[in-house]
Design a protein around this ligand. Structure first.
Ligand code: UT7
Length: 322
């Protein structure tokens, strides 16, 4: 049995921050941001009640409603995030409590922007082994709290949000999947954890914020994502044009366009929301999936290829039947 997506949901914070809004805070411009990234605006949490947990729970609830399953029918909850509100308990355990999914085992995973695909592939592995039959997977980030708002080359790129999918073990669903990591390349995109409170180790308690070597990440993204897509198509014996929809990590419209060009495909097969969401890291693919699903674009039997890359470095992809 493989994982089939039977419901989706998403949640975006209410505050819209346009490029012009950011230009009032720092030396940047709408022209620079749009021409380099395709981003017009992003959503950012702006009150104490908007948190990683609140968005994850809302997206999860919407996905459950869409699936028709009851919370207590969920066997497994996986939350992919690098910006949880608490070190412990996990966001997944807190979502379990919020939703009343009392029968689920729940844990978080950290694979940065590839996190939703790692969650999907992990749930699929549980389904293939027969351990679980249903899962709720969520990608959620409030990267705004770990971004360096004095670094204009990174802070304009990111947005906050959550996306979720309910999965059921099924005869048809995921057809092929892959994931991988290269820890040796991790220094190009990183964020140090909180200060060390160990009495024997004296360290500076100040927090570090997200650091990114944009050009290195750009090159890695285009090369690795294109390789992943070719590898996945080869696994399934398909050609690029056989896929109905490519749902790629929404980091930068230029990355998406480069990949479409390398595959010799029209951009029409690559829906995008980076213009109004920015890069929401682990949430980007499930938010996009929810948008295209709720817009009625996906038909039964469509072939979807989901692919992402991120800090770690990590990458993941899945080919599935809708
Ligand atoms: O999920 C995480 C994945 N991350 C990514 O996918 C990021 C991938 N990388 C990128 O998308 C691009 O590298 C960026 C959008 C981050 C940067 O674009 P770039 O074309 O690589 O620009 P750059 O870093 O080479 O900077 C060009 C110029 C510099 O000025 P000088 O040195 O040429 O005078 C920067 O200081 O643009 C300047 N610049 C800005 N100017 C206005 C950098 N950020 C900004 C800004 N506004 N926000």
């Amino acid at each position: 049995m493989r994982a089939k997506i039977i419901g989706t949901g998403s949640c975006l914070p209410t505050k819209v921050a346009t490029n012009d809004d950011l230009s009032a805070l720092m030396d940047t411009s709408d022209e620079w941001i749009q021409s380099r990234t395709g981003i017009r605006e992003r959503r950012l949490v702006s009150s104490e009640s908007e948190t990683t947990l609140s968005m994850a729970a809302q997206a999860g609830k919407a996905a459950l409603t869409d699936s028709g399953l009851q919370p207590e029918e969920i066997d497994l909850i996986i939350v992919a995030t690098v910006s949880s509100d608490f070190v412990t308990p996990s966001t997944a355990c807190m979502v379990q409590k919020e939703l009343g999914a009392v029968c689920a085992a729940a844990f978080d995973i950290n694979a940065a922007c590839s996190g939703f695909l790692f969650a999907l592939n992990t749930a699929d592995a549980y389904f293939q082994s027969g351990i679980y039959q249903t899962a709720l997977i969520i990608g959620v980030e409030t990267l705004s709290k770990i971004i360096d708002w004095t670094d204009r080359s990174t802070c304009v790129l990111f947005g906050d949000g959550a996306g979720a999918a309910v999965l059921r073990a099924s005869e048809q669903g995921i057809i092929a999947s892959l994931q991988g990591s290269n820890g040796a390349g991790g220094h190009v995109l990183m964020c140090k954890n909180r200060g060390n409170n160990n009495p024997y180790i004296s360290t500076d308690a100040c927090l570090d914020y997200l650091y990114m070597d944009g050009q290195e990440v750009f090159k890695f993204a285009v090369k690795k994502e294109t390789e992943c897509i070719h590898a996945l198509l080869a696994q399934a014996g398909l050609m690029p044009e056989d896929i109905d929809w490519y749902l790629l990590h929404q980091a930068n419209q230029r990355i998406i366009a480069s990949i479409a060009r390398k595959l010799k495909l029209s951009l029409a097969k690559f829906p995008s929301n980076v213009d109004h969401c920015g890069n929401t890291s682990a949430a980007s693919i499930p938010i996009l999936l929810d948008e295209v699903h709720k817009a009625g674009k996906l038909k039964d039997g469509d072939l979807l290829l989901l692919s992402g890359f991120g800090a770690g470095l990590t990458w993941g992809a899945a080919l599935l039947l809708w």
